[in-house]
Design a protein around this ligand. Structure first.
Ligand code: GDP
Ligand code: IMO
Ligand code: MG
Length: 430
């Protein structure tokens, strides 16, 4: 019998989802992306060779895996093809392994221009988006005016529909934001030129997943971004424009909700965030610097430095509840090596109250004072350790405390960026 796992980021993204998906695909048949777009950056390292994926699911390097992009993903054709070309030039036959839902809303160059114009107009209140047009593309989806993947192939209506939506976007760009419009003809011609390469990738992902179920395949539903970036439950408005929670795997792929066996949260052993917004455990000192340097905390897509701080149990508790998380993969433990003291935030003081659960409203979140418990650090290197018993005792204690506070088990501990640098306590597919 196949097993189906939803894997997602439990914090603010960049938890190491790509690495974990890549290491679990040995026992999976299909990897499905169900939300987000090329704002994601998922890094895989195999025998020292690094691959960064943005839209394409993290199973693509493996011949036995079918990769699917579900309807919940917003799709930029030009960025899809550039990612595909990059992988194919490295010998990965992407076109043979990838299928894309006809229902994916398209990200157009005008969405990118609108994203940038909106950020510029926000000034100091900017969200710090990736500037990839993700927000405006989701806006059009919800407003029921989006062009979807299937529309590209309808030669009788495509030009008119593209013209109509670009006229609207260009009106906003010129009249409201006072920036240059985008030329229709060049966008149209570029999209037409992509059609022969995109056509073979079209699929009814819902049927493919139904068939996979009948064939007893094992499926990984790969989340992008992280729980606190969820459009509803994240630190609004400093969020992305999709639902990033595990629950979105069903709507974003068309796989019925009763089909999920396990909900696996990827938890960084500390916390990072890219872009603006509240971050109670953020460190502005040399410990923050240690995490940023050792963890190489620069955005995989935008190369922006990531903000770093201690592990936050109030955030994690919220995340466990919001996602219905059944177990955890704790990543980047090795980045804590060499610190004298390691801290876990157990909750927040907020006036006279103590909160153990992170509040959704950023006005409350901006006023909280984190409460910490301290653990002795460890000076030994944990890089590449593959057995729990080989970890320094202090690192073991840190993980056990995390597990106890979370109330759900740790299945995997990651001790380096390479897929082999992992401690598998319980394989999620067993
Ligand atoms: P994702 O977006 O959740 O897939 O995460 P990213 O790939 O954006 O960021 C995670 C970064 O940490 C990447 O550079 C990974 O190669 C790296 N990484 C993943 N796991 C570990 C780990 O256990 N230790 C270290 N040092 N690096 C890791
Ligand atoms: P992965 O999948 C971390 C953040 C941006 C910004 C906010 C909105 O690699 O974990 P958007 O462009 O989505 O409108 O930006 O969301 N953001 C991410 N942060 N990891 C990501 O993806 C992110 N995708 C978007 O920095 O704060
Ligand atoms: Mg990332």
């Amino acid at each position: 019998m196949g097993k189906n796992i939803v894997l997602f980021g439990a914090q603010w993204g960049d938890e190491g989802k790509g690495k974990i998906v890549d290491m679990l695909v040995d026992k999976a048949d299909i990897v499905v992306r169900f939300q987000g777009g090329h704002n994601a950056g998922h890094t895989l390292v195999i025998d020292g060779k690094k691959t960064i994926l943005r839209l394409i699911p993290s199973g693509i390097l493996h011949a036995h895996v079918m990769c699917l992009i579900g309807n919940g993903v917003v799709l930029s054709p030009v960025d899809l093809l550039s990612e595909l070309d990059e992988l194919e030039s490295n010998g990965i036959p992407v076109a043979a392994r990838l299928r894309i839902s006809d229902l994916c809303p398209l990200v157009l160059p005008t969405h990118v221009a609108l994203d940038k114009a909106r950020e510029a107009a926000r000034g100091a209140a900017a969200i710090g988006t990736t500037g990839r047009g993700i927000g405006p593309a989701y806006e059009d989806k919800v407003a029921r005016r989006a062009l979807r993947f299937a529309d590209l192939f309808d030669s009788s209506t495509f030009a008119d529909r593209l013209k109509e939506i670009m006229t609207y976007h260009n009106f906003l760009l010129q009249q409201y934001y006072k920036v240059a419009p985008i030329d229709f003809q060049s966008v149209y011609e570029a999209l037409l030129s992509f059609i022969p390469r995109l056509m073979p990738l079209r699929a009814d992902v819902v049927s493919l997943l139904q068939q996979a179920r009948r064939d007893k395949c094992s499926i990984i539903f790969e989340g992008a971004q992280g729980t606190l970036l969820d459009i509803d439950h994240g630190t609004y408005p400093y969020v992305t424009s999709s639902n990033t929670l595990a629950g979105a795997a069903s709507a974003g792929s068309g796989f019925g909700a009763r089909g999920f066996d396990q909900v696996l949260g990827v938890v960084k052993a500390y916390t990072t965030r890219v872009g603006a917004g509240p971050f109670p455990t953020e460190l502005m000192d040399d410990v923050g610097q240690h995490l940023a340097t050792r963890g190489n905390e620069f955005g995989s897509v935008t190369k922006r430095p990531r903000r770093c701080g201690w592990l936050d149990m109030a955030v994690l508790r919220r995340s466990i509840a919001l996602n219905g998380m059944t177990s955890m993969c704790v990543t980047k433990l090795d980045v804590l090596d060499g610190l004298k003291t390691v801290r876990i935030c157990t909750g927040y003081r907020c006036g006279d109250a103590v909160l153990t659960d992170s509040p959704a409203d950023i006005r409350t979140l901006a006023a909280v004072e984190p409460v910490y418990i301290d653990f002795a650090g460890w000076q030994e290197s944990t890089v590449g350790i593959t057995r729990f018993a080989d970890l320094p005792v202090a690192a073991q204690k840190y993980l056990l405390a995390l597990e106890e506070a979370a109330g759900i088990p740790i299945d995997i501990v990651s001790t380096g960026s390479d897929r082999k640098d992992s401690i598998v306590l319980k394989h999620p597919f067993q």
